[in-house]
Design a protein around this ligand. Structure first.
Ligand SMILES: NC(=O)c1ccc[n+]([C@@H]2O[C@H](COP(=O)([O-])OP(=O)(O)OC[C@H]3O[C@@H](n4cnc5c(N)ncnc54)[C@H](O)[C@@H]3O)[C@@H](O)[C@H]2O)c1
Length: 261
């Protein structure tokens, strides 16, 4: 198994992409700690994993709160003695809005969870990894941090995550700590299915604007995370890997009549 005896923290692992990563890593032998603001959801996944003979722990955490993040690291160390992998996945999105209409509180909340949360977790867990001279951090960013959309809180927060990835990869390279990001495109999680059901995202326009004409599955993200966490990626650090069925490759094709030639 690729991750035998590794200890992995997955923030926001109670559902969606984080859940898929937690299950995939557990199936490859990792001990899993889920830090989630929804402790019931986290506990349910951990119970499932225990049935697969995986050791795990659920911790109630709001990643935007330093005390919570410190407790997440402390409880992981107490239970398992080390932290090998950190998946900074917890995140929320926003409704598409003009900067003139989005209130500052909504902007602050997205920024605090999506960017500050990644910063706080990396800072606390990175301290352990630098000391032990090994570790892998994977930040779940978004293609909305690479291309522009009317997401004035979410987009810049994810761009900040992508830049933080490069900075930490550079700073911690000498300590054998690798830091990479994954930029998912539209991924069929409960969050996305809910937005589609409420009419907040239009699947037709998403698919028309996606070169491969399909959405991403949480499993696609988990497979890439497994590769980046494994020794097969031992020389890969500082990158952002889009997993988006080609969406971020398309800049201006609609100006030239779209994909069909
Ligand atoms: N689904 C997509 O299409 C998509 C696309 C690009 C990027 N992403 C990113 O992937 C990550 C996961 O998204 P998802 O679609 O699986 O979301 P989701 O809503 O399905 O799951 C998010 C999980 O994070 C937890 N969470 C939320 N706020 C938290 C906080 N403050 N502290 C700790 N946990 C918290 C939730 O309880 C939940 O378990 C996010 O960072 C998101 O921005 C998702």
């Amino acid at each position: 198994m690729v991750l035998s005896d590794k200890v992995a923290i997955v923030t926001g692992g109670g559902m969606g992409i984080g859940e898929a990563i937690a299950r995939k890593f557990a199936s490859e032998g990792a001990k899993i700690v889920i830090g989630d603001v929804n402790p019931q959801a986290a506990e349910k996944i951990i119970e499932d994993l225990r049935k697969m003979n995986c050791q795990g722990l659920a911790v109630a955490v709001d990643v935007s709160q330093k005390e919570d993040v410190d407790r997440l690291a402390d409880e992981t160390l107490k239970a398992f003695g080390k932290i090998d992998i950190l998946i900074n996945n917890a995140g929320i999105t926003q409704l598409p809005k003009s900067i003139l209409d989005l209130d500052i509180e909504a902007w602050q909340k997205v920024t605090d969870i999506d960017y500050k949360g990644t910063y706080l977790c990396s800072r606390r867990v990175g301290k352990e990894m630098v000391q032990q001279k090994s570790g892998v951090v994977i930040n779940i960013a978004s293609i909305m941090g690479l291309i522009s959309a009317p997401l004035v809180a979410y987009g810049p927060a994810k761009s900040a995550v992508i830049m933080l990835t490069k900075i930490l990869a550079t700073e911690w390279g000498r300590f054998n700590v690798r830091v990479n990001a994954i930029a998912p495109g539209y991924t069929l999680t409960p969050l996305m299915r809910g937005m589609i059901a409420r009419g907040e995202r239009d699947p037709k326009s998403i698919l028309e604007r996606t070169p491969m004409g399909k959405m991403v599955e949480p499993e696609d993200i988990a497979n890439a995370a497994l590769f980046l966490a494994s020794d097969q990626a031992k020389c890969i650090t500082g990158i952002t890997l889009p997993i988006d069925a080609g969406m971020s490759a398309d800049g201006a094709w609609s100006v030239f009549g779209g994909y069909r030639r």
